[in-house]
Design a protein. Structure first.
Length: 193
């Protein structure tokens, strides 16, 4: 009897750790983690304002998840707004549902002390998508975050805060946002299938 109880406890623990017998493997919605995301990330719209330098790709492959990343430096074409970077990442979750954490991180992106952060839902992109804009004393970030099944995508521009004069120009967050959204859409289309 004691052996049967012990076996039952072990079996129950294994089911709990594996997500249960009915655990559903996340659907990565046809996306693929490419070896060089710098070649596949589309920056056509953002590139109209910046000279985008060659990037450095990184790839993580594991039985639980795959991730492709690319980091690039950019120089403004029309004015000197300081150094900027654009980072692109696609993570394919193979065993766990990234949804709850994705939503929590996006909707509570304003947790950073002494920051001005706005979070907006972005309709028509994946299962759920957000535009997140954060300004700190010495940096600003504009991020497009997308959840599509087990796939999590982000495209982020990082730079220094703008001068009052530049805030009205083409490098303002309001002007940059629609360009980054178009590039994110084009990149996701390219990475799918």
């Amino acid at each position: 009897m004691a052996g049967a109880v012990a076996a039952s406890v072990v079996w129950g623990g294994a089911l709990a750790l594996s997500g249960g017998s009915g655990a559903k493997v996340p659907d990565v919605s046809g996306y693929r983690a490419v070896d060089d995301l710098c070649k596949d990330a589309v920056l056509r719209e953002t590139g109209s304002l910046f000279t985008v330098k060659d990037g450095e790709p990184a790839v993580l492959r594991h039985e639980s998840m795959d991730r492709s990343e690319c980091y690039r430096e950019m120089e403004a074409k029309a004015t000197s707004v300081g150094a900027m970077t654009v980072s692109t990442a696609l993570t394919l979750h193979k065993k766990t549902n990234p949804g709850p954490e994705f939503i929590a991180e996006a909707e509570r992106a304003d947790y950073i002390p002494r920051s001005r952060t706005t979070v907006k839902k972005l309709p028509g992109l994946g299962d759920r998508a957000y535009v997140i804009s954060t300004e700190l004393e010495h940096a600003r970030f504009l991020t497009i975050s997308v959840l599509d099944g087990g796939a999590v995508f982000s495209m982020k521009v990082t730079g220094v805060p703008l001068s009052d004069e530049d805030k009205a120009g083409p490098y303002s967050t309001d002007k940059l946002e629609p360009l980054l959204v178009k590039d994110a859409r084009a990149t996701l289309t390219k990475l799918k299938g």
